[in-house]
Design a protein around this ligand. Structure first.
Ligand SMILES: C[S@@+](CC[C@H](N)C(=O)[O-])C[C@H]1O[C@@H](n2cnc3c(N)ncnc32)[C@H](O)[C@@H]1O
Length: 373
């Protein structure tokens, strides 16, 4: 099966005419819907609401933006100081989104959204630019192919569509499952590449409670219908881990399956995962945290529980109730874990908490190597 062809055809049709089979009911925040053209709301093919997790002023990238609904909600959340970029490979979806963005801007009074044509597993290549290049330089022979290859290589290295470390938050709504199995690893690597250190991915997608059998994966209708390309639930989380993400969390898991096929339950999940802060020497954030620690030797942080101990994605162990300077540094930087720690004043400065020379993200600190504070 040619996965991409099947997906392109199904979503070209679904852009022109609403396809109810692709709709999984989602409660969006109603205050943001009134500014969005009805045509876009009717073509809602999402399965969650990652836009709930974006903030004022952020630069947001929406993977597989479709008619643009999540971009248009995010546009209002980030406000005029933020920016939203939607990427989709489908011309019909892009034309619906680009037309609708004009109406949205008129309704909200600013324009901070743009849509780019690209594959989400290859975010360096701007496919509108490739289309233009091919009109001027049609490939007729091997020399033509070579010139196209050179053009793509230059774009990837010097002028990628989405630059390295340029995005605060990558969101996606029901799209990752549609990417061919052998390109899913590339996809997670691309999400990691474009996020700034400390940035996050908020991904709503369909997961399955078991690995989807191959014969189902070869069914074009099930694949393009956001079903048989779904990750098995724990494999979805592992894909983030493999790409280098940390503080990975299932933010929402739909209690009832969206669909059950041959005994396999498919349901929506929203996962939040962070690209780690830089650990390199001289990194500004690390330095600031270290300086903060030096200036605050009166403050300690302890893991609150309820578990006796926990281990983070980089192997640091935090034991309930035990103070650790690393925990303070970690929690000061990492919003995903901050609320797991209680802060208290350290009255006895003569017996400081255990510390480490490596601050704070390189692992192997006082909480590292599998030993607790
Ligand atoms: C299920 S729809 C979701 C659309 C939108 N996120 C929403 O919430 O309504 C999937 C969208 O992803 C796009 N898409 C699928 N595979 C893609 C890929 N590899 N790269 C870019 N876009 C893709 C399709 O064209 C379609 O617009």
């Amino acid at each position: 099966m040619n996965t991409e062809k099947v997906v392109r055809e199904r979503y070209a049709d679904a852009a022109l005419q609403r396809e109810p089979a692709l709709c999984c009911p989602v409660d969006y925040d109603a205050q943001y819907l009134s500014a969005i053209p009805q045509e876009v709301i009717d073509r809602d093919y999402g399965c969650g609401d990652p836009s709930k997790h974006v903030r004022v002023g952020e630069t947001v990238l929406d993977l597989g933006s479709g008619g643009g609904k999540i971009c248009f909600i995010a546009s209002q959340v980030v406000g005029p100081t933020g920016q939203v970029i939607g990427v989709d490979l489908n011309d019909e979806m892009l034309s619906l989104a680009r037309k609708s963005k004009v109406t949205l801007a008129a309704n909200i009074g600013y324009d901070n959204v743009e849509f780019r044509k690209g594959k989400i597993q290859d975010l360096a290549v701007d496919r509108d630019a490739v289309d233009r290049f091919l009109i001027e330089n049609p490939v007729k022979d091997e020399m033509g192919l070579r010139s196209l290859e050179q053009y793509l290589e230059t774009m990837r290295t010097s002028n990628p569509m989405i630059a390295d470390e340029s995005i605060d938050v990558v969101v996606s709504n029901c799209v990752l499952n549609l990417v061919a199995s052998d390109e899913k690893e590339l996809l997670f690597d691309e999400i990691f590449r474009v996020l700034r250190p400390g940035g996050r991915a908020v991904i709503s997608d369909i997961v399955c409670d078991q690995e989807v059998p191959l014969e189902m994966q070869l069914d074009a209708e099930l694949w393009s219908g956001c079903l048989s390309g779904a990750f098995e639930r724990s494999a979805f989380l592992e894909a983030f881990e493999q790409a280098g993400f940390v503080d990975i969390r299932i933010q929402h898991l739909q209690p009832e399956p969206w669909q059950t096929i041959d005994g396999l339950a498919f349901r929506s999940a929203t996962v939040i995962a962070y690209r780690p802060h830089l650990a390199s020497e001289g990194d500004e954030v690390i330095e600031q945290t270290a300086e903060y620690l030096r200036s605050r030797d009166d403050v300690r942080r302890v893991y609150q529980g309820p578990f006796k101990y926990v281990v983070d994605d980089e192997g640091r162990m935090y034991t309930r109730g035990e103070a650790c300077e690393d925990a303070l540094a970690q929690a000061a930087q990492r919003e995903a874990i901050a609320d797991q720690f209680a802060v208290f004043e350290n009255s006895s400065k003569s017996s400081p908490a255990k510390t480490t020379a490596t601050l704070p993200m390189a692992g192997g600190g006082c909480c590292g190597g599998g030993s607790s504070c």
